[in-house]
Every structure is written in structure tokens, then in C-alpha cells.
Design a protein around this ligand. Structure first.
Ligand code: IPM
Ligand code: MG
Length: 379
């Protein structure tokens, strides 16, 4: 089969990790007889430099034509002083909204190989794990195209009244809440059948609406255990007893914050992949899908062969699974990553905190990716 993939390498470490994800896709393609056609597009800081816009219309148009999108990262200090609407991050929001990818899946688990990179004590991990193992495995389903990220915002006097006020608005309608909950419930069905709605229903009206709708929907998902948790408590529970979570469904802002926290307890933010999914657009065969590592552009280590390419490579695997239904191909990439970690290779970010990993070898981006590609060829 032929698949067209929009490639948005972006800024900072984006291009270096993205190119490794492309290699992984090409290797999987060669092995299993698929052709991936990449359409390289500009968005973020690099697009500001060349066109003045973080998300040129041509980029969004071209991305919409493709079957899926792979993104590296956007942003950096060079563009930090720009006005809100002109910042590189606008490109991300514009792509998410423009492609309609409303459900952001951020899996976070502790791989046994990375146990020594996890800041939590064994006893903390064990206490909340059903099998008494020092690990956890959760999936954050973050609403991605609504809420305070897209609500009305502004300043008194259009910013010309420095002593006035500034505001952002959290607003959700029923359809937005229901569709992301459906994604959460369907995911829970394929996992450990537990869904936790994370909100701030003790204070926010929008959260009370989320909770009401979840209570209604829970009736139709009797096989799933539905729980409710305030976001402050959830932030605490993640470092106190992460094993209690299976699927966590939450709003755009809460999901942003909690997924960074979840990444740290997985060993490193350099490991976490993400998939953002929408409906099947008219005239298309596959659901709208955007895949990106959650780590961001890390300008301090860009171009130095230090970035961990695994989150980008694992994002490519998520693309194969969620956009194209290529399950064995996705599993092969994931197995290759596991093998390489088993062999002891580590980028700096996932090295043991305590020097216990006897067989550990610290490598750069290129060596890590090359090892994954080799393992994939032999899968
Ligand atoms: C993320 C990032 C983005 C977000 C930023 C870069 C706009 O933090 O994908 O989690 O807040 O959504
Ligand atoms: Mg974030």
C-alpha cells in the first residue's frame, strides 16, 4: 500500500529526531511492502523565518491532503519575544485545530529497562500496582482542540492598558466532551477497563459539565469502571501511586500538565510518543492523525547528537497503528526499541540515576537510531 505522510520537522531537535522516525518508517515499509511518500512542510520558528507566519496556509493545506502527519517539535528562544499569535507554538495549535485532531493519546509506562531512570521509589510503584510489580502503565487522553487553549482571550484596552486585566476562557460544549470520552472509553476497553475523569469539578462549571456527561456515558460502558478525580489530587496520585491509573481522560490544559508529569515518572520525557486523532475527513480513507514526541524542541541540545530519538520513532509506530491499522508493523518498531534498550544502549536522558546499570552504554541520537533500525531489519 501507498501512504502519504506530511512531515513537519520544525525547530530545535525536531529535524534530527524526525529524520530517525522517517528511517524507521522506511525500514518498516521495505520489510512489509508499504510505500510511504513524505511531503516535507514548514511550520514553527523555521516557517516564521522564511514566511513570517508560524503556520503558512500552504502547510495546512498540504497537510490536509496527506494521510497522516509526523511532527518533530516547534519553538525556541529565537522566537520567544514574538507576540502570542506569531509564536511558533501557534503552528501546533493551528495544525491541531485545522486537522481536527481532538483526541490526544499520550501513553506513559515504566519499561523495566528504564526502572533506574524513574525518580520514584520501588515501594511507591509496587504499592499501587495490581500485580505488586514496580511499574505502571497509563494512557492520558487529552482533549486537544477546545477549552482554554482555543477560548476567547484578551486584555483590557487591546493590551494598551497595562494596569487592566487579561483573560482566557475555558469553554466546552457537549459534543466536544462526548467525542473525546468515547475515545477514552474505547481505549479503556482494549486495556484494563478503567477510566478516570480528571477535572476540577469542585470549582469550575465547565468541569461539572464534563462530570455530568461522563456520568451519563458511564451507563453505556458498564464493563468499564469509571472514576472521578480532581486534578490537584491526580497530580499528587501520579507520584504517590501511579499504578492505580489506566485511562485518564481530561481537558486540554489539565492533560498538558499531567502528561509532562507522567513523562518524568516514565524515566524521561525523551521516551514519550503521542497520537492525535480526529474523524475521517470527507474524501479520505484514514482518520485525521498527527503524531509527535511530546518532548518539545530542546534548543539547548539541538544539533549535538544528544536528543533521544525514541519518542519520535515510537510516534511513528503509533501512526502505523492508529492511522493505518498496521498493527504488526507498529509492534515490530516497538519490539526493536525494546531490544535496543535490552542491549543496554541509552541516550543521556534515560541513563540510570544511580550507576547500577552494568551493561549500560551512553550513545548519541545517531547510534541509538541506527541500533533500532538494525533491530527492526532483524525483527
Ligand atoms: C504539548 C506542548 C504544547 C501544548 C505547547 C508547545 C503549545 O506543551 O504538546 O504538550 O501546550 O499543547
Ligand atoms: Mg505540554
Amino acid at each position: 500500500m501507498n501512504y502519504s505522510i506530511a512531515l513537519v520537522p520544525g525547530d530545535g531537535i525536531g529535524p534530527e529526531v524526525c529524520s530517525k522516525a522517517v528511517e524507521a518508517l522506511e525500514t518498516a515499509g521495505d520489510k512489509y511492502g508499504h510505500i510511504f511518500n513524505f511531503v516535507e512542510l514548514e511550520a514553527g520558528g523555521c516557517a516564521i523565518d522564511s514566511t513570517g507566519e508560524p503556520l503558512p496556509a500552504a502547510t495546512l493545506d498540504a497537510a490536509r491532503q496527506c494521510d497522516a502527519l509526523l511532527l518533530g517539535a516547534v519553538g525556541g528562544p529565537k522566537w520567544e519575544t514574538l507576540h502570542g499569535d506569531k509564536r511558533p507554538e501557534r503552528a501546533l495549535l493551528g495544525l491541531r485545530a485545522g486537522l481536527g485532531v481532538f483526541a490526544n493519546l499520550r501513553p506513559a509506562s515504566l519499561l523495566p529497562q528504564l526502572k533506574d531512570a524513574c525518580p520514584l521509589k520501588d515501594e511507591v510503584l509496587i504499592a499501587s500496582n495490581e500485580q505488586g510489580k514496580a511499574t505502571f502503565d497509563l494512557l492520558i487522553v487529552r482533549e486537544l482542540t477546545g477549552g482554554i487553549y482555543f477560548g476567547e482571550r484578551g486584555r483590557d484596552g487591546d493590551g494598551k492598558a497595562p494596569d487592566g486585566s487579561a483573560y482566557d476562557t475555558e469553554r466546552y460544549n457537549r459534543a466536544e466532551i462526548e467525542r473525546v470520552l468515547r475515545v477514552g472509553y474505547d481505549a479503556a476497553r482494549k486495556r484494563r477497563k478503567k477510566l478516570t475523569l480528571v477535572d476540577k469539578a469542585n470549582v469550575l462549571e465547565s468541569s461539572r459539565f464534563w462530570r455530568e456527561i461522563t456520568q451519563e456515558m458511564a451507563v453505556g460502558y458498564k464493563d468499564i469502571e469509571t472514576n472521578y478525580l480532581y486534578v490537584d489530587n491526580c497530580a499528587m496520585q501520579l507520584v504517590r501511586a501511579p499504578g492505580q491509573f489506566d485511562v485518564v481522560v481530561t481537558s486540554n490544559l489539565f492533560g498538558d500538565i499531567l502528561s509532562d508529569e507522567a513523562s518524568v515518572i516514565s524515566g524521561s520525557i525523551g521516551m514519550l510518543a503521542s497520537a492525535s486523532i480526529g474523524e475521517i475527513p470527507t474524501g479520505h480513507k484514514y482518520p485525521a492523525g498527527m503524531y509527535e514526541p511530546i518532548h518539545g524542541s530542546a534548543p539547548d541540545i539541538a544539533g549535538r547528537d544528544l536528543a533521544n530519538p525514541l519518542a519520535a520513532i515510537l510516534s511513528a509506530a503509533m501512526m502505523l497503528r492508529y492511522s493505518f491499522g498496521l498493527l504488526k508493523e507498529a509492534a515490530a518498531i516497538e519490539a526493536a526499541v525494546t531490544k535496543v534498550l535490552d542491549s543496554g544502549l541509552r541516550t543521556k536522558d534515560i541513563a540510570s540515576r544511580v550507576k547500577t546499570g552494568a551493561n549500560e552504554k551512553i550513545v548519541g541520537t545517531k547510534e541509538m537510531a541506527a541500533a533500532v533500525i538494525k533491530a527492526l531489519e532483524n525483527e
